[in-house]
Ligand binder design. Structure first.
Ligand code: AP5
Length: 237
């Protein structure tokens, strides 16, 4: 991505050593757009690790770590966790070995300073960025979040109205009891949507101006959206 970019990773294809483009896929969109749902599908199809900042923070809250204790009050009120905390998390996580072919970011960046820091990390590492915004209206977001249930064990996401688990309140993949997120109450969702429009939506223009944005209509079946995303990434790989 810039003059200081590191050389590209190497892979063997048909017995030959070739340079492969490392890529960071950024999933943008309001709460309930389906970022987590699509990130899991892209992770499974492309074999790139999914990094969900929301999941990292919720794990920290569950474990009662200093990060979790600091993040909890922001999350419970639907506010963003401070940029410097989030940038530190991403810098550390993306430096691990499993990220060497690239990674999928679900929930990061969420502010212009986060996006600028990410640009810096990717330039240092020689990684290409593809930003995908999944577009839905606020009414759809509210309806989806009211019915969301997630598996705390394997991370699968369900919806009691739209895509329920075949095993009711238990995950159909691993059998764990499904959970409702504490920030999915009507009042907190209204705050999260306001924060999205004020602080995160400007990233759509940020990436569009840099020629890095791909837009998908999120008000369609999950499979149609993932097909579009995978087609776009396939063309760029
Ligand atoms: P985070 O966990 O990232 O929440 P979010 O961005 O608000 O997004 P959601 O997880 O609510 O929605 P989603 O788009 O992933 O939708 P999903 O696939 O689940 O962040 C939580 C909090 O952490 C933030 O508020 C903040 O405090 C903090 N935080 C995190 N990252 C941060 C950062 N970088 N900086 C600062 N603070 C940060 O789908 C939703 C529902 O819809 C599900 O039930 C699903 O089954 C259903 N669904 C999905 N797609 C479809 C479809 N196409 N049709 C029908 N139903 C669908």
């Amino acid at each position: 991505m810039g003059p200081k970019a590191k050389p590209r990773a190497k892979a063997r294809r048909n017995g030959e050593c070739v340079a492969i483009a490392r890529k960071a896929v950024v999933l943008l969109g309001p709460p309930g757009a389906g970022k987590g749902t699509q990130a899991k599908i892209v992770e499974e199809k492309l074999g790139l690790p999914k990094i969900s900042t929301g999941d990292i923070l919720r794990d920290a809250v569950r474990c009662g770590t200093p990060l979790g204790l600091a993040a909890k009050r922001h999350m419970d009120e639907g506010r963003l966790v401070p940029d410097e905390v989030m940038i530190g998390i991403i810098r550390e996580r993306t430096s691990r070995a499993d990220c060497s072919p690239g990674f999928i970011l679900d929930g990061f960046p969420r502010t212009i300073p986060q996006a600028e820091s990410l640009d810096g990390i990717l330039t240092e590492e020689g990684i290409d960025l593809y930003a995908i915004v999944i577009k839905i209206g606020d009414e759809t977001a509210g309806r989806r979040l009211a019915g969301r249930r997630s598996c705390p064990n394997c991370g699968r996401i369900y919806n009691i109205h739209l895509s329920p688990s075949a095993r009711g309140e238990f995950c159909e993949v691993c059998g764990a009891q499904l959970e409702q997120r504490s920030d999915d109450s009507e009042q907190v969702v209204a705050g999260r949507l306001a924060v999205y429009h004020a602080q995160t939506e400007p990233l759509v223009s940020y990436y569009r101006e840099r020629g890095r944005l791909y837009e998908v209509d999120g008000e369609r079946p999950v499979e149609d959206i993932s097909r579009d995303i995978l087609n776009m990434l396939g063309r760029k790989m």
